[in-house]
Design a protein around this ligand. Structure first.
Ligand SMILES: CC(C)(COP(=O)(O)OP(=O)(O)OC[C@H]1O[C@@H](n2cnc3c(N)ncnc32)[C@H](O)[C@@H]1OP(=O)(O)O)[C@@H](O)C(=O)NCCC(=O)NCCS
Length: 172
Protein backbone atom coordinates (compact mmCIF):
# COMPACT_ATOMS: atom_id res chain seq x y z
CA UNK A 1 0.00 0.00 0.00
CA UNK A 2 1.43 3.47 -0.87
CA UNK A 3 2.44 5.76 1.98
CA UNK A 4 -0.28 8.37 2.62
CA UNK A 5 0.83 11.81 1.43
CA UNK A 6 1.91 13.90 4.41
CA UNK A 7 1.60 17.66 4.04
CA UNK A 8 3.88 19.72 6.27
CA UNK A 9 2.21 20.77 9.51
CA UNK A 10 1.53 24.52 9.69
CA UNK A 11 4.06 26.31 11.93
CA UNK A 12 2.56 27.18 15.30
CA UNK A 13 2.19 30.91 15.87
CA UNK A 14 4.64 32.36 18.34
CA UNK A 15 3.30 33.73 21.61
CA UNK A 16 4.35 37.38 21.89
CA UNK A 17 4.57 39.30 25.15
CA UNK A 18 6.40 42.18 26.81
CA UNK A 19 9.77 41.09 28.23
CA UNK A 20 10.29 40.57 31.95
CA UNK A 21 13.45 41.08 34.04
CA UNK A 22 13.66 37.26 34.42
CA UNK A 23 14.20 36.95 30.64
CA UNK A 24 17.71 38.38 31.07
CA UNK A 25 19.64 35.12 30.70
CA UNK A 26 17.63 33.69 27.79
CA UNK A 27 17.79 36.98 25.88
CA UNK A 28 21.48 37.37 26.58
CA UNK A 29 22.22 33.90 25.15
CA UNK A 30 19.94 34.52 22.15
CA UNK A 31 21.57 37.85 21.44
CA UNK A 32 25.08 36.38 21.46
CA UNK A 33 24.13 33.33 19.40
CA UNK A 34 22.54 35.45 16.67
CA UNK A 35 25.41 37.95 16.37
CA UNK A 36 26.52 38.40 12.76
CA UNK A 37 28.11 41.06 10.60
CA UNK A 38 24.96 41.03 8.52
CA UNK A 39 23.23 43.14 11.15
CA UNK A 40 25.61 44.00 14.02
CA UNK A 41 27.86 47.05 13.99
CA UNK A 42 29.35 46.25 17.39
CA UNK A 43 32.20 43.72 17.61
CA UNK A 44 31.32 40.11 18.49
CA UNK A 45 30.66 40.03 22.26
CA UNK A 46 33.42 38.51 24.37
CA UNK A 47 33.33 37.48 28.04
CA UNK A 48 32.73 38.97 30.50
CA UNK A 49 29.41 39.72 28.79
CA UNK A 50 27.51 42.94 29.44
CA UNK A 51 24.03 42.48 30.89
CA UNK A 52 21.22 42.41 28.32
CA UNK A 53 19.10 44.83 30.35
CA UNK A 54 20.48 48.02 31.87
CA UNK A 55 19.13 51.48 32.69
CA UNK A 56 18.83 52.36 28.97
CA UNK A 57 17.62 48.92 27.86
CA UNK A 58 14.62 48.15 30.03
CA UNK A 59 12.36 45.05 29.74
CA UNK A 60 9.31 47.19 28.97
CA UNK A 61 10.86 48.24 25.64
CA UNK A 62 11.17 44.65 24.40
CA UNK A 63 8.66 42.18 23.00
CA UNK A 64 9.70 38.54 23.06
CA UNK A 65 8.40 35.67 20.93
CA UNK A 66 8.02 32.24 22.52
CA UNK A 67 7.61 28.85 20.89
CA UNK A 68 7.09 25.92 23.28
CA UNK A 69 7.74 28.34 26.18
CA UNK A 70 11.22 29.10 24.91
CA UNK A 71 12.21 32.59 23.78
CA UNK A 72 13.07 32.40 20.08
CA UNK A 73 13.11 36.09 19.20
CA UNK A 74 12.86 39.65 20.40
CA UNK A 75 12.26 43.15 19.11
CA UNK A 76 13.19 46.40 20.85
CA UNK A 77 10.93 49.40 20.46
CA UNK A 78 12.54 52.63 21.67
CA UNK A 79 12.04 56.36 21.57
CA UNK A 80 14.50 57.74 19.00
CA UNK A 81 15.32 60.68 21.31
CA UNK A 82 14.09 61.86 24.73
CA UNK A 83 12.52 64.96 23.13
CA UNK A 84 8.81 65.66 23.63
CA UNK A 85 8.67 66.86 20.01
CA UNK A 86 9.84 63.39 18.88
CA UNK A 87 7.58 61.37 21.19
CA UNK A 88 5.15 60.33 18.43
CA UNK A 89 7.85 58.13 16.86
CA UNK A 90 9.08 54.68 17.88
CA UNK A 91 12.23 53.17 16.48
CA UNK A 92 13.00 49.47 16.09
CA UNK A 93 16.40 49.24 17.74
CA UNK A 94 16.98 45.51 17.67
CA UNK A 95 15.31 42.48 16.11
CA UNK A 96 16.64 38.95 16.23
CA UNK A 97 15.24 35.46 15.74
CA UNK A 98 17.09 32.28 16.80
CA UNK A 99 18.71 30.50 13.85
CA UNK A 100 16.64 27.36 14.33
CA UNK A 101 13.33 29.31 14.40
CA UNK A 102 13.92 31.39 11.26
CA UNK A 103 11.69 31.24 8.20
CA UNK A 104 8.59 30.40 10.26
CA UNK A 105 7.05 33.84 10.55
CA UNK A 106 8.50 34.78 13.95
CA UNK A 107 10.20 37.96 12.66
CA UNK A 108 7.03 39.07 10.91
CA UNK A 109 4.91 38.38 14.00
CA UNK A 110 7.32 40.44 16.12
CA UNK A 111 7.14 43.40 13.74
CA UNK A 112 3.33 43.29 13.65
CA UNK A 113 3.16 43.10 17.44
CA UNK A 114 5.63 45.99 17.71
CA UNK A 115 3.47 48.12 15.39
CA UNK A 116 0.42 47.36 17.56
CA UNK A 117 2.35 48.13 20.75
CA UNK A 118 3.73 51.39 19.32
CA UNK A 119 0.17 52.44 18.40
CA UNK A 120 -0.99 51.52 21.89
CA UNK A 121 1.75 53.79 23.28
CA UNK A 122 0.48 56.65 21.12
CA UNK A 123 3.01 56.58 18.29
CA UNK A 124 2.01 57.46 14.72
CA UNK A 125 5.26 56.69 12.96
CA UNK A 126 7.90 53.94 13.12
CA UNK A 127 11.48 54.03 11.89
CA UNK A 128 14.50 51.75 11.84
CA UNK A 129 18.03 51.47 10.54
CA UNK A 130 19.19 48.40 8.64
CA UNK A 131 22.51 47.61 7.02
CA UNK A 132 22.40 47.76 3.23
CA UNK A 133 23.69 44.19 2.87
CA UNK A 134 21.06 42.69 5.21
CA UNK A 135 18.77 41.35 2.48
CA UNK A 136 16.53 39.13 4.70
CA UNK A 137 15.72 41.97 7.11
CA UNK A 138 15.21 44.53 4.33
CA UNK A 139 12.80 42.18 2.54
CA UNK A 140 10.89 41.60 5.77
CA UNK A 141 10.60 45.32 6.59
CA UNK A 142 9.53 46.18 3.02
CA UNK A 143 6.87 43.51 3.10
CA UNK A 144 5.52 45.06 6.32
CA UNK A 145 5.14 48.49 4.71
CA UNK A 146 8.45 50.17 5.59
CA UNK A 147 10.01 52.25 2.82
CA UNK A 148 13.55 53.55 2.40
CA UNK A 149 13.63 57.16 3.60
CA UNK A 150 17.36 57.71 3.41
CA UNK A 151 20.73 56.09 2.90
CA UNK A 152 24.00 56.89 4.62
CA UNK A 153 26.43 55.55 2.03
CA UNK A 154 29.38 53.46 3.26
CA UNK A 155 28.57 54.42 6.86
CA UNK A 156 30.19 51.31 8.39
CA UNK A 157 33.34 49.32 7.64
CA UNK A 158 32.54 45.69 8.44
CA UNK A 159 34.41 42.54 7.49
CA UNK A 160 36.67 44.47 5.14
CA UNK A 161 33.86 46.24 3.26
CA UNK A 162 32.06 49.56 3.41
CA UNK A 163 28.36 49.05 4.09
CA UNK A 164 25.46 51.52 3.73
CA UNK A 165 23.19 52.36 6.64
CA UNK A 166 19.60 52.41 5.35
CA UNK A 167 16.88 54.37 7.14
CA UNK A 168 13.35 53.04 6.73
CA UNK A 169 10.04 54.22 8.10
CA UNK A 170 6.25 54.05 7.85
CA UNK A 171 3.11 55.63 9.26
CA UNK A 172 1.32 53.39 11.72
C1 LIG B 1 15.70 39.15 9.76
C2 LIG B 1 15.14 38.10 10.72
C3 LIG B 1 14.65 38.78 11.99
C4 LIG B 1 13.94 37.43 10.01
O1 LIG B 1 13.31 36.57 10.95
P1 LIG B 1 12.42 35.30 10.49
O2 LIG B 1 11.64 34.85 11.64
O3 LIG B 1 13.31 34.31 9.81
O4 LIG B 1 11.49 35.99 9.40
P2 LIG B 1 10.08 35.45 8.88
O5 LIG B 1 10.06 33.95 8.88
O6 LIG B 1 9.00 36.16 9.64
O7 LIG B 1 10.13 35.94 7.36
C5 LIG B 1 9.37 37.02 6.93
C6 LIG B 1 9.90 37.54 5.60
O8 LIG B 1 11.25 38.00 5.74
C7 LIG B 1 11.95 37.77 4.50
N1 LIG B 1 13.04 36.83 4.76
C8 LIG B 1 13.28 36.15 5.90
N2 LIG B 1 14.41 35.42 5.77
C9 LIG B 1 14.87 35.67 4.53
C10 LIG B 1 16.03 35.24 3.81
N3 LIG B 1 16.93 34.41 4.35
N4 LIG B 1 16.22 35.73 2.57
C11 LIG B 1 15.35 36.60 2.02
N5 LIG B 1 14.24 37.05 2.66
C12 LIG B 1 14.02 36.58 3.89
C13 LIG B 1 10.94 37.19 3.54
O9 LIG B 1 10.32 38.27 2.88
C14 LIG B 1 9.95 36.53 4.50
O10 LIG B 1 8.67 36.41 3.95
P3 LIG B 1 8.24 35.04 3.22
O11 LIG B 1 8.47 33.95 4.21
O12 LIG B 1 6.80 35.28 2.91
O13 LIG B 1 9.13 34.93 2.03
C15 LIG B 1 16.18 36.99 11.03
O14 LIG B 1 16.73 36.51 9.82
C16 LIG B 1 17.30 37.45 11.95
O15 LIG B 1 17.21 37.36 13.18
N6 LIG B 1 18.40 37.96 11.35
C17 LIG B 1 19.56 38.42 12.13
C18 LIG B 1 19.26 39.69 12.88
C19 LIG B 1 18.85 40.82 11.95
O16 LIG B 1 19.27 40.92 10.81
N7 LIG B 1 18.00 41.73 12.49
C20 LIG B 1 17.56 42.90 11.78
C21 LIG B 1 18.42 44.05 12.19
S1 LIG B 1 17.97 45.56 11.35
Amino acid sequence: MPEPHQSPLPSPSPYIRIALPDDEEELSVLDRSTWSQLHAVMPKPQPPYRPFFDERHVPDDYLVAELDRRIVGYIRLALPTPLASNAHVRQIQGLAVADEARGRGVGRALIRAAVEEARRRGARRMTLRVLGHNAPARKLYESEGFVVEGVLPEEFFLGGEYVDDVIMGRRI
